[in-house]
Every structure is written in C-alpha cells, then in structure tokens.
Ligand binder design. Structure first.
Ligand SMILES: NC(=O)C1=CN([C@@H]2O[C@H](COP(=O)(O)OP(=O)(O)OC[C@H]3O[C@@H](n4cnc5c(N)ncnc54)[C@H](OP(=O)(O)O)[C@@H]3O)[C@@H](O)[C@H]2O)C=CC1
Ligand SMILES: N[C@@H](CC=O)C(=O)O
Ligand code: NA
Length: 428
C-alpha cells in the first residue's frame, strides 16, 4: 500500500512526541499496516523557534491552509489546540476527504457531534483518544470494550496538572503556586492553566466520557464544575488525618434514565484505588451493571504518553484505509439526556467549620442537620479550642445535594458558626 502522508498541526509538547514516535517506531508501525507513515508538513506559529528535535525546516509552515488544502495529505493530526480557527481547519480537512486525529478536548467537548457528523457524511475518520487521559486508551474502551454493558458510573482523575499539584501538596507540603509552575515546565498544563486548576479541562473530558459511556447527548454546560484553587493545605492535612486524600474527581452517574456529571475536589477514602493515583497519573473507574467495577490507569499528560494515543489513532486510520472502512466507526445515535435534580444527587459530605467555643454549640449544629434530615456519620474537633473559637469537622452520611445546601444556608444565619471553611463531597 502507498505511503500515508500526514499533515501535523502543531509541534509543541504533543506534536514533538508524535514526530519522535513516528520516526522512532517506523518499522514497527509499518509492519502493522503495510504502509509507511510520512509526516510531510508541520504547522507552527514561529518557524524560527528553537526546537527540542531536529526537523527538516522545509516541512515547517506558518500557514495552516497550506497543509489543510494540500491534496497530497491524507491525514491531519491536530495538536495545536484552540477552538475557533482550529474547528475551521478540521471542517475544511474533512470536507476535502482527509481523516483527522486530534488531542483537542476543548473542541471535541464543544463541537464533537458536529465534527463526527461531518466525518460520517464525508466517509472520513475522526479519532480523539488523546483528548481524554493522555496515555490511557479509555475512549476505545468505552466505545468498544463496554458496548455490551450498561454503565452507571464513571469516576476519574482526568487532569494530570491538578493531580500533580494535589499530590505534591499532600506528600511534600508544597505550595500550590510553586507546583503549578513545575507542572507547566513539564508540559502538562494547558497554554492557559486556568482551565486545569479551575476544573474546566476535566469538565471537557467528563463531557466526552459521559457522552460515550451513557450514549447520551451530554453537553459541557451540563457539568457542574469546581476547581482546586480554593483547596488549602489545612483541608489536605485534616483529610489525611481522617484517612482520605483530596483529589479533583470527575463523577458521572446514571440512575435509570437520569444522569449527573460533576467535577470537584473530593475526599477519597485511602482504601479506594483512586486515592493512590499520584502525580501526573490519571485513572478512570468505570462501573457497569454486568461487569461490575473496573479501573484504567496511566499517564494523563506529557509528550510521549499523549503521542502514543495519537499515533495509535493514526494506525487505526491507516488500517481502515487498507480495509476501505473509513468513516464507519463512530457511534451514531445518542439518547436525549435527562439531568438529575439536586434532590436526586447524593453523596457523603465533609464540612470544616469555625465555630464559637461555648456550651450548646454542638447541639445547635446537630439540630440543623436533624431539621434538614441529614444524618451525621462522625464529628471531630481537630485542634484544641482557643480564644478565637474552635474548629469542627463533620462527615455526613449520604445526603442529597439539595439537603446539604439547606444545611449550609442555615449555618449562615446561625451565630455559633463563624465560618464555613470548606465543604467537600466524600467518595469511597
Ligand atoms: N500537553 C499535554 O500533555 C496534552 C495536551 N493535549 C492537547 O494537545 C494539544 C496540544 O497541546 P501541547 O502540545 O501541550 O501544546 P503546545 O502549546 O506545547 O503546542 C502547540 C503547538 O501548536 C502551534 N500553534 C499553536 N497555535 C498556532 C497557530 N494559531 N498557528 C500556528 N501554529 C500554532 C505552536 O507553534 P510554536 O511551536 O511555533 O509556538 C506549537 O507548536 C492541545 O489541544 C492540548 O489540550 C492533550 C493531552 C495531553
Ligand atoms: N492539561 C492537561 C493535559 C492533558 O489533557 C492535563 O493536565 O491533564
Ligand atoms: Na486516552
């Protein structure tokens, strides 16, 4: 079979990894497909920039259309990021009959259905394994491995940057800002790391996973998002004393036809396998009615792990070319989603309160829980009270999100509670 020509949009962290793997594994890749893979052109913003790999400078261009409209290019690998213009390049490439491999979760979470429909119309492939949990083949697993099952829960650490930050804060007592800089230097963070730390990157990934896992038209706006910027060293240390780790979790649940999707810092019991997923590693826990519990683990970001998924997608495109079945792989029908109400979403909660230190305070707080029909699992006063008052940690039994927000609202008008310092969902 003839050589397959690839146009690479982007030569940053991931693009560099793609070049390394395509070159370094050349023979092995060809032995799987029968066709040599050749990167013929590469889009960059700045051709004069010093690169960590040597590439033939005649391949570099700053003009995306020179690649997208090149009739000799069979596949576009998009690793430049962005949504607006990038979407136009991909649509045009599909229009011209080119196959697409992308790592872009922003684009797939917002416009995935439109791009997949265009790909089907044009008989083209669009693969996006690298967009969620960089080096873990989780998208293939949901589409193919679980096609026989009914998934009711997907719970994951799907952002490497924030897991790296929380791990260093927990294990080394490191300061949030310093570790974020390290994660950026290691190539884990997005170009604007706000989307990592404020949970948006994880929300985009959970949109993709829950769409595939629940086979429903989940949208980014359906995800309730909270990031890690307000997680304190005090929260992490108290959680550890109680046998928990703080993790930024994406949690998608389905009960009957109703679903909920959230991203939030969560206390995970140390005995749960997700609690020991550290550093840039990601893990996705999937519960299926027939299979039961499964968990998929691996590096979630970084040059070579992410490029592994990109090149595996490229191999899939080339195999499809050989079989003449491009554009036929995508799931075609999604159910209309029904979102759970706050009364239907339930979990245990951790509350850290700053309270007055006087007789009767605990009784007043317990009364609020009782009035809201929320049962308490444990109460702890972690440090001795002082003139400024006392700290109180309460862990509830399972309570609805609606009931817990009524508890918190009642505390606002209770003078004995001086401050609601932290509230976290508890899992495991
Ligand atoms: N980093 C990671 O671990 C992971 C990243 N991803 C996703 O992969 C994509 C790429 O990420 P990453 O490699 O980290 O990003 P980088 O910022 O490291 O690289 C982006 C590349 O695209 C080029 N580029 C960006 N915008 C333009 C433009 N307008 N015109 C021409 N060239 C442009 C840049 O050119 P130049 O080099 O000249 O600046 C650079 O080579 C993103 O969608 C990201 O979300 C997904 C999983 C993991
Ligand atoms: N910024 C992302 C990169 C991979 O998707 C992360 O930290 O997980
Ligand atoms: Na993946």
């Amino acid at each position: 079979m003839k050589q397959v020509n690839v146009g690479l949009l982007g030569l940053g962290t991931v693009g560099t990894g793609v070049v390394r793997i395509v070159e370094g594994h050349r023979e092995d890749l060809q032995s799987q497909t029968g066709s040599p893979i050749h990167i013929s052109k590469i889009l960059v913003k700045d051709r004069a920039k010093t690169r960590s790999i040597s590439v033939d400078s005649s391949k570099l261009t700053e003009d995306p259309w020179e690649i997208v409209r090149d009739p000799a290019i069979d596949v576009i690998v998009e690793v430049m990021g962005g949504v607006g213009e990038t979407k136009q390049y991909i649509l045009e490439a599909l229009e011209l009959g080119k196959h697409v491999v992308t790592a872009n979760k922003d684009l797939m979470a917002l416009h995935g259905q439109e791009l997949l429909a265009k790909a089907r119309e044009k008989g083209c492939d669009i693969y996006y394994e690298a967009s969620v949990a960089g080096g873990i083949p989780i998208i293939r697993t949901l589409i193919e491995g679980f096609s026989s099952d009914r998934i009711t829960k997907i719970m994951g650490i799907v952002n490497g940057t924030t897991n790296y930050i929380l791990t260093k804060m927990s294990q080394e007592g490191a300061a949030y800002g310093d570790v974020l800089k390290e994660a950026q230097a290691l190539g884990y963070a997005e170009s604007d790391p706000t989307s990592d730390v404020e949970g948006l990157d994880a929300a985009r990934k959970m949109t993709i996973l829950s769409t595939l896992g629940f086979r429903a038209n989940v949208a980014l706006d359906d995800v309730d998002v909270k990031g890690i910027s307000s997680v304190t060293q005090e929260d992490i240390q108290y959680a550890k004393q109680l046998g928990y780790e703080v993790k930024l979790l994406g949690i998608a649940e389905r009960q009957d036809e109703y679903i909920s999707v959230a991203v939030e810092p969560t206390l995970v019991k140390k005995s749960h396998p997700i609690a020991s997923v550290n550093g840039v590693f990601n893990a996705v826990y999937v519960y299926g009615e027939a299979v039961g519990e499964t968990m998929f683990y691996g590096p979630g970001a970084g040059e070579l792990p992410t490029a592994t998924s990109i090149v595996a997608d490229l191999v899939a495109v080339v195999k499809n070319l050989k079989l003449g079945v491009n554009g036929k792989q995508a799931v075609t029908s999604y159910k209309e989603k029904k979102l759970k109400t706050d009364e239907q979403i339930a979990s245990k909660y951790f509350l850290l309160l700053h309270v007055e230190d006087r007789a009767g305070v605990l009784a007043q707080i317990a009364q609020v829980f009782s009035d809201c029909d929320v049962s308490i699992e444990s109460v702890m006063q972690p440090a001795p009270p002082n003139k400024a008052g006392a700290e109180l940690i309460i862990i509830s039994h399972n309570a609805s999100k609606a009931a817990m927000s009524t508890v918190l609202k009642s505390f606002e008008s209770l003078s004995a509670v001086r401050e609601i310092k932290s509230v976290y969902r508890v899992e495991g």
